[in-house]
Ligand binder design. Sequence first.
Ligand SMILES: Nc1ncnc2c1ncn2[C@@H]1O[C@H](COP(=O)(O)OP(=O)(O)OP(=O)(O)O)[C@@H](O)[C@H]1O
Ligand code: SF4
Ligand SMILES: [Mg+2]
Length: 467
Amino acid sequence: MSDDGERNSDPDRATSLPIPLVQKTSPPAADPAAPAPSVIIPSAPSLPTPSAPAPSAPISSDVAPSDPQRITALPIPLTRPAQTVRPPATPPTAGPTDAIAQAEESATAATAATAATATEPLLRIRDLTLAFTEQGVRRGVLDRVGFDVPRSATVALVGASGSGKSLTALSILGLLPRLATLERGTVQLGDQDLRALSERELCKVRGGKIGMVFQEPATSLNPVYTVGTQIGEAIQLHAPVSRGAARRQAIDWLRRVGFSEPERQVDSYPHELSGGMRQRVMIAIALAPGPSLLIADEPTSALDMATQAQILTLLGALRADLGLSLLLIAHDLALVATLADDLVVLYAGRVVERGPAARVLHAPAHPYTQALLRSVPPIGRSAYRVRGERRPPLPTLGGALPDPRTVLTGCNFQDRCPQVFDRCRSEPPALSPTRHSAHRAHEAHEARCFLVEGARAEESARVQEAP
Ligand SMILES: Nc1ncnc2c1ncn2[C@@H]1O[C@H](COP(=O)(O)OP(=O)(O)OP(=O)(O)O)[C@@H](O)[C@H]1O
Ligand code: SF4
Ligand SMILES: [Mg+2]
């Protein structure tokens, strides 16, 4: 064993983990008088013992420079305990028949509550409005941003550089930069209003219920501590486990994220690992405390194409196996297309389109989303190559994001929109359901464009006129 123990015991050491680490907390003592909660938020996934047989679900991995032949796998079943439903405690005065009737009633109520909770989104963001104020000048960055992250689903938040993706993530976690003010909006995680929490309570949520993976693992990991120490520290901050148990869990987590020799690699320092492996460590740190939501902010943009695909595959596999919700932030629509259940497109701090990924990708409704999709380079043998012709250059979007210091009247895409018309310059469009939108709320496909509004109105007029 390494000297991890000594390092762990140093309370003053600075950590470079990306989110403030919460204080170590013991689970609250059970209060027999208190009614049991009807639904328990999932806790840390149960970890198999190191000796447990490990059925393998191979996932190819990026390869460490020191071990070029390594093929890694995801060998441990990543099942998280199912949500537990407990009926409320039966009052002690009730007789046996009453108790059975009450238990049945409670069980029915609990089942109904669970069904309702299961369909409720895990994360619900509404009206997030954020601005920087520098030298008395307000610079609006987020404008009434709203979307849901359903339970056990992946939502991709996409948009150009500077559109406000990272600040949306930081607002969820309550980690605002200096000079930033969250002027309005709500962030609801399950039944918790995160904006109403104290800093101490928020600290328990960060890392504990919401894990975060950042873009650049090299700057997020502490170079002077082994990866095992850093994963173990994340575990110990959220659960009262011994140092030895934390190390064993760290080894299991390294195996889960695709390390082939975790018992040896647990004592590696970040500089001894490739970029892809460092990002795998970051994923292990974020997931080890058992969050119900993982936010990954451009987790692959510092990696080569092959490693990007591996990391995204790993994230998708872990999300599915652990039953997590994943908010995946990216500027590359093509990259996240295969993983996302829902897409949210952000442009200059406003949601311009959102809906099920398949609908948004096959029938993009907002001119900005259409432009984004047109700019994805085609791969493989195209008709041009077959005919030996030159492929025409990819269409590009002229202009730039609007200046956040100016208050723009009308649509914020007006200066770049090929279909702009008079109304766009005088009135801001609202998010409207597209023609492909479903009535069920979680399948709604909406876009912030007057053309969408118009097409929808034409469609309903046609339906009404039809004999
Ligand atoms: N600490 C800060 N101080 C001042 N302005 C900031 C700060 N952080 C972000 N901004 C500004 O807020 C806007 C949105 O930034 P944000 O980092 O959320 O963009 P992003 O969509 O994540 O971009 P990227 O894809 O490049 O990461 C940008 O105009 C940026 O310049
Ligand atoms: S509202 Fe007008 S400017 Fe905005 S995206 Fe639609 S057509 Fe273009
Ligand atoms: Mg960003």
